[in-house]
Design a protein around this ligand. Structure first.
Ligand SMILES: [Zn+2]
Length: 415
């Protein structure tokens, strides 16, 4: 009996030791954690006005948080259960999630038909029959593909999982899941920050030879280099740094495109240690005919109004709406705050993003879009029709233009 007990103890010890060693090796060597910044990047980081000597820091807030326009919104309720997450019951809801937190069936999505005809010349794309100028397609969460002044741009391409471990935090099941393999050549990829649901190392590896240039926050370049992207194809940005790229000469284009990295109230990091050593933010993209704002991630702040003033508003804003709860309010907006952010940046059209793909908090999967739409209904009801902000809610994979905005509540048909 004693012998059997010792034998079990021995094997338990061996198994625990093996788990500890394998976990340590994974944490030390797995490529998904990214690379270490070069001396040049470290120099830029240490000289950044947004770096305090140890980490990047959010901009100071000069006034207390208050929603000026969207207020008194009744939280969405389904049946008798309120899905609004209060700080006290977060752990309870995390352990015992509400019904409907994930879709029970595959979400009905549209197939991507964006395959490019073969072109040997990657500088010019004379056979590019993918999106037309001014066309957009949301690929779920924060991934949006659009063409501006002839150039094809994409925000935060994420297709695999939203965690360092491939089988955790997988995308919801979809009838036609968007795949990195189905994408055409993309001229520019804009990355908001290095969290796993925004920077997918497998997607970057698959897209390396299909992307003209990566625009990333300061401190993120080393990750992409470790995953095989040429250093010359990556540019790093501090807040309010900008660049200008030429329109695509193969298209009828409206000239240069200005791309500016702008602040958000968030954080960064791909490991438990070394957080906030790379920057986070949002992007403003402007041509003569079209202006686009991509919010990235962040809590509500007065910076949205400053961004609205500085850039003179936007034709369309992709606004974070999802993965929130009261405990995370400093780093993720509640849906009513997302609506306020859209108003503050002076968007004519708001596309809610950061929902519909991953289960990252404790709310019902449909709650973000329902609450945001409800907030805008309240806001718009006080305005003349021509003053109203339009909310577009395309299906994942549905191509649209700003003159032809999908607004059907398709998520109501999903279970
Ligand atoms: Zn994030």
């Amino acid at each position: 009996m004693l012998f059997i007990g010792l034998l079990i103890l021995k094997w338990l010890f061996i198994i625990i030791l093996a788990i500890v060693i394998l976990t340590s090796l994974f944490l030390k060597f797995a490529p998904t954690f990214g690379g270490k910044p070069s001396a040049d990047t470290i120099d830029r980081i240490t000289n950044s006005p947004n770096f305090n000597g140890k980490t990047f820091v959010n901009l100071p807030s000069s006034k207390p948080f208050a929603l000026q326009t969207v207020s008194n919104i009744t939280p969405y309720t389904e049946g008798t259960q309120t899905h609004t997450t209060q700080s006290g019951n977060f752990l309870w809801q995390f352990l015992f999630p509400p019904k409907g937190k994930n879709p029970s069936h595959p979400i009905d999505t549209l197939p991507l038909n964006l395959k490019q005809k073969i072109s040997n010349n990657v500088e010019h794309h004379p056979y590019d029959n993918t999106l037309k100028d001014g066309e957009f397609v949301w690929l779920g969460h924060s991934t949006v593909l659009f063409r501006i002044s002839g150039k094809l741009l994409m925000t935060d391409p994420v297709f695999h999982s939203a965690s360092p471990v491939p089988f955790f935090v997988k995308p919801f099941k979809m009838t036609n899941p968007p795949k990195a393999e189905d994408l055409p050549f993309v001229d520019a990829v804009l990355i908001s920050h290095d969290h796993y649901d925004h920077l997918d190392h497998k997607a970057v590896k698959k897209l390396t030879h299909k992307v003209g240039h990566f625009y990333v926050p300061l401190g993120v370049k080393s990750h992409l280099i470790r995953w095989g992207v040429l250093e010359t194809n990556i540019s790093e940005y501090d807040w309010y740094e900008c660049t200008t790229i030429a329109g695509n000469p193969s298209f009828e284009n409206d000239g240069d495109i200005n791309i500016t990295f702008a602040p958000t109230k968030h954080f960064s990091g791909r490991r438990l240690t070394g957080q906030n050593t790379s920057l986070w933010g949002s992007w403003a993209v402007q041509s003569k005919q079209l202006s686009v704002y991509f919010s990235g991630d962040g809590g509500y702040s007065e910076e949205f109004a400053k961004i609205g003033e500085r850039f003179g508003g936007f034709d369309v804003a992709f606004i974070e709406d999802g993965a929130y709860n009261q405990n995370w309010r400093n780093v993720h907006m509640m849906p009513e705050e997302s609506a306020q952010a859209g108003i503050d940046v002076k968007a004519k059209v708001v596309l809610p993003i950061h929902w519909g793909k991953f289960d990252l908090s404790v709310h019902h999967w449909r709650e973000p879009v329902r609450r945001l739409k409800s907030a805008f209904d309240t806001y718009n009801s006080k305005l003349l029709p021509c003053q109203r902000i339009r909310v577009t809610t395309p299906r994942i994979g549905e191509v649209f233009t700003l003159d032809n905005l999908p607004s059907a509540p398709w998520w109501e048909q999903e279970s």
